[in-house]
Design a protein. Structure first.
Lengths: 310, 112, 287
């Protein structure tokens, strides 16, 4: 056992646009891996920490929350504040104004505060302190399809990137300890810091897109992000039959960029139904056209990650 | 020579950790005196800038060499500026002690 | 009047509703549509604006004037984000970690720091159909922070009693959504009747309660799921303002960039009624 060989592969599932089906596909992958002949353990991560849905389908038991302490926020001690007004001009986030309960002192709006501490240094009487904040919880959970690392960021908080990094790291260490082959990360929408944290250091990006103008537009952006961070990508087109011209446009784009399209999944209204049942789609509808298409995408993906048995 | 090695725990027998900014411990080893000390990595608790926080620590320790599995762009920029030598673990590196011995035998490759 | 259109879960139809709401209200007042989903903006695909102006969205990052710098390290000490490091007599700046807060600049005892603009995206303006003013922010690929762009985007125009401002929010429930919601009069939440939609909606309701912003729900793709949404909403007293039934033909049209009101013009009246109800809810709140 050594530092390099232990390293499990990491797959990141992204889309750019929300709602293309990342989580449904991630759940299906968890199921398909669990029923694979010669199945090897995989570890799953739900990196969409402010809208974490994978656990709703994989149904972990016994959730033991572990606290996530993110950054700090400024707090003004009303006993010490002399209302000199030195703090609010240095705040670039419009977070400081007279206390709504006592206009003789200043108050920091925790929702607006960026945690920069400029006010702390500006205050002549040391009335302001930076207070560390619990910003959410994270979980290491057992599901019937394998282990899941997930989190719940408290609503409205910052530091989602840091929380993503934390659960990824925990998953990676756990994978190494248990000799798991792969960590599968269900990513968040967008291209900003939680996406960047989610894709950092991963071996393959599976871009789940849909055949609409919006899907293609956002696909291009998230592909740019993966390229910037040197993560190779492949595409799968979900709800592919909704707009065949859109699917064609994606294929043309992919061909121009030298990206492989590894599958097309037809729209199936049983996918939301399986969400409601709280079970992976391929468990409930393995022989449907969409089920077989997802299976095909799965097989191609594990081949690309070189996880096949000899 | 002062070496700093990223590790999963706080002794010379600890497994090394390949991610510089986020490894739980940084072990300082002086090859002249064979004295060593374990420090909790300041990068671990940071919201962002783990690489910078960890690199700042290494620079403040006046280390000559820093050894890890990989260095992100921020840490590597800091070390290029401070001229701290960056070296990488090899396949057979498992413990901190091994990393020290391999460094002494010039078996570790330079970063980039 | 300032209305945010948000959701929690991605892909529920925020932009579909927000853009058609903007078009429907254009006959009542001057409408400004702000695309606040700066990571993956889609509003332009529906409203098809003619862009007239694009300016860089900057955060101000420190530049150390080495002739004045004494390497005292004060800037490194005060930076909460490790965007500065000290290496011997040199101070290094890490722009991608910098929040642009200015703290290092204020705190330098030698006045050795000047701030320089660091573009992290663009702010674009234009005119869309039916005289709807179109404003959007776009984050540069590989930049991590969306929130500063949203803040600057909203500041491009002062709120006014004669205009209706519609803020199309990003998905999720974290800081960029909060930035979009700050100061709005009402949040229109677009959800779908599935467990995912419901779960993420609850996150949104948590935020809105903290921020004391009244809200109402639009159930999009009604019929694909179940009714568990109704029970949650009944408990929290949030009104359902509109149900848009799932409609495959509609989905196919939206995929091409046709707006809801283009496909079904009767939605203009329906969305105007939704607006009417919003004004009543807000009016009731002030009383």
């Amino acid at each position: 056992m050594n530092a390099q060989n232990c390293r499990a592969k990491q797959l990141i599932i992204l889309s750019g646009k929300g709602g293309t089906g990342k989580t449904s596909i991630s759940a299906a992958f968890a199921h398909l891996n669990a029923v694979r002949i010669n199945s090897h353990p995989m570890v799953f991560v739900d990196a969409d920490v402010d809208a974490a849905n994978l656990s709703l389908v994989l149904q972990p038991d016994n959730l033991h929350p572990k606290e996530f302490w993110g950054g700090s926020l400024a707090e003004i001690d009303p006993e010490k504040c002399i209302n000199c007004g030195a703090c609010s001009p240095v705040c670039r986030y419009d977070a400081i104004f007279p206390d709504p309960n006592n206009d003789q002192v200043q108050w920091v709006d925790p929702i607006a505060c960026d945690g920069c501490a400029a006010c702390v240094y500006a205050c002549p009487v040391d009335a302001i302190s930076m207070i560390r904040q619990q910003e959410g919880n994270w979980f290491q959970s057992k599901t019937s399809f394998g282990w899941l690392f997930h989190a719940e960021l408290f609503p409205g908080r910052e530091n989602s990137g840091k929380l993503v990094t934390l659960i990824k790291q925990q998953a990676r260490l756990f994978a190494e300890d248990t000799q798991s082959q792969c960590v599968v990360i269900d990513g968040p929408p967008g291209i900003g810091c939680p996406v960047i944290s989610a894709c950092a250091g991963t071996d393959l990006g599976l871009l789940v897109t849909e055949p609409s103008l919006m899907g293609l537009h956002d696909l291009k952006r998230v592909l740019g992000t993966l390229r910037h961070f040197h993560v190779p990508a492949v595409i799968c087109i979900n709800k592919a039959d909704i707009y065949p011209e859109g699917t064609k446009a994606i294929r043309e784009f992919a061909a121009m960029e030298g990206i492989e399209v590894i599958g097309e999944i037809p729209y199936d209204e049983d996918i939301p139904r399986s969400m409601i049942e709280g079970k992976p789609f391929t468990l409930l509808f393995p022989d449907s056209s969409a089920g077989r298409a997802i299976q095909h995408v799965w097989e191609k993906t594990i081949r690309l990650l070189q996880l096949e048995e000899e | 020579m002062k070496l700093i090695i990223s590790a999963q725990n706080s002794s010379l027998e600890s497994q090394v950790d390949s991610r510089f900014g986020r490894s739980p411990w940084l072990l300082l080893f002086d090859t002249e005196t064979s004295q060593w000390e374990a420090f909790q990595n300041p990068g671990v608790t940071q919201s962002g800038g783990a690489g910078v926080a960890a690199a700042q620590f290494v620079v403040d320790q006046d280390a000559d060499v820093v050894i890890s599995g990989d260095f992100g762009p921020n840490a590597s920029r800091a070390f290029q500026a401070s001229k701290t030598e960056m070296r990488l673990f090899i396949e057979s590196t498992t413990t901190v002690q091994e990393a020290v011995d391999q460094y002494k035998n010039d078996q570790l490759s330079k970063f980039k | 009047m300032q209305i945010a259109v948000a959701s929690g879960k991605g892909g529920t139809g925020k932009t579909t509703i927000a853009t058609s709401l903007a078009l429907s209200l254009a006959s009542l007042a001057k409408v400004r549509y702000f695309d606040c989903d700066v990571e993956a903006p889609n509003g332009h695909l529906f409203l098809k604006p003619e862009f007239s102006e694009s300016t860089p969205a900057n955060i101000w990052i420190p530049q150390i004037q080495t002739e004045k710098c004494t390497a005292c390290g004060r800037c490194v000490e005060v930076c909460q984000f490790h965007a500065l490091a000290q290496v011997g007599k040199n101070i290094l700046v890490f722009p991608q970690l910098c929040h642009g807060c200015g703290s290092c600049t204020w705190n330098c005892p030698e006045n050795a720091i000047v701030e320089v603009p660091n573009p992290i995206g663009t702010l674009d303006r234009g005119m869309a159909m039916e005289n709807v003013e179109f404003l959007r922010g776009q984050l540069t690929i590989s930049e991590p922070m969306a929130t500063p762009i949203i803040r600057r985007l909203k500041k491009l125009e002062q709120p006014s009693p004669d205009t209706i401002d519609i803020y199309d929010a990003p998905p999720g429930a974290s800081c960029s959504v909060v930035e979009t919601l700050r100061g709005v009069d009402f949040a229109l939440l677009v959800t779908e009747p599935t467990p995912f939609g419901l779960h993420d909606l609850k996150q949104m309701l948590g935020i809105l309660s903290d921020m004391n912003i009244p809200s109402g729900i639009v159930i999009n793709r009604d019929g694909i799921g179940d009714d568990s949404l109704k029970d949650v909403l009944r408990e929290s007293n949030i009104p359902i303002l509109l149900r848009v039934p799932f409609d495959r033909a509609l989905a196919e049209n939206l995929a091409t960039g046709r707006t809801l009101v283009e496909v079904y013009p009767n939605y203009r009246d329906i969305l105007r009624e939704v607006y009417q109800r919003i004004t009543e809810i807000i009016g009731g709140k002030i009383q």
